[in-house]
Write a protein that binds this ligand. Sequence first.
Ligand code: ASP
Ligand code: MG
Length: 408
Amino acid sequence: MGLIVQKFGGTSVANADRIRNVARIITETYQKGNSVIAVLSAQGDTTDDLIEKAAEINPKASKREMDMLLSTGEQISCALCAMAIEALGYPVISLTGWQAGMKTNSGYGNARIKRLEAERIGAELDKKSIVIVTGFQGINKFDDVTTLGRGGSDTSAVAIAAAMHADLCQIYTDVDGVYTADPRLVKNAKKLEEITFDEMLELATLGAQVLHNRSVEMAKRYNVNLEVISSFSGQPGTKVKEVVKTMEKSHISGVAKDKNIARLALVGLADEPGIAFRIFSLLAKHSINVDIILQSIGRGNTKDISFTVQKTDMEDAKKLLEENRSSIGFQEIDVNANIAKVSIVGAGMINNPGVAANMFEALYDGGINIHMISTSEIKVSVLVDIEDTDRAVQVIHDKFYGEFNSDR
Ligand code: ASP
Ligand code: MG
């Protein structure tokens, strides 16, 4: 018995039957003597549909009004779910982000949670009500509705779990848990029983779409007991925690891909101090996030710097650099959107020097060319041609998890 936060994603609440299924999961948890706070996403493709609707009216709509619109999706699923629970005869109340006291900064469209003023939720729980809260939204200091960025309901759930000191935060979704690779793509992908916060954070950031990366960051910071679980299968999910028991023996916990990137290269830069600073401070000032950076050794008096950005930032980054060509001082700029990033992640690789070599061997055997490499303590990422992405994931996965090489 305790306080459990359960988050249900868009597919889990997509229609009336599924909402009834969610109501069943929530009430079964409540029936066992737990207090339950459920956090819901909008039904199915509702958020995408709302974005399309807005574009029909005004493609340049203000971010404030976009948030006003997008926040409605979650309000619908929460009210419907509360009605389904009412029909089952349980005490329940649904609350919007502002009723629940979810205070954010003013960043419409990508707001950060500042704090949860939890009096209302607490009072409803004291009355023994099941509390349903809209995910993805909050309220800023102007009393305006904000949203947390696409996929943000996970973050809402973890924030509520952290603030309420919940015993468990379950993220219910349409997959059974966290897999060693996308199970829709890689047939022999395995479900992980558990994974560390750090690994999950890398995987979430690298394109595994199970959890919003900010939710993992927050779960780690507040040590939230987190679990990813299917709302359909009834099977145990994947536990996300600080330390896992299999960490010693396993080298990697997953292979991820990200096709949403582009590479820019500045050729013929002066080989002198301050160049990288000029380039990347310029991009940072314009909120363009840079990922992998590679600088060549100086030849003659020049060097090259290549780096990756999100595909949507490619044109802006190029334009910005061209506008500042004379102050930065480069001969040529080259862009390539036809690339993808494939990564392996694993806390075990710190103590196992051969892991990166195994990955490169798998790519070599598959005849896949590597354009750039970047590593951290627990991950290795490579850039490959976009056509090679899925095959790269498969051959790398086979290398680490093939029949004769089962790692976990
Ligand atoms: N409904 C929002 C989205 O589609 C938030 C979420 O589902 O987490 O991005
Ligand atoms: Mg999601």
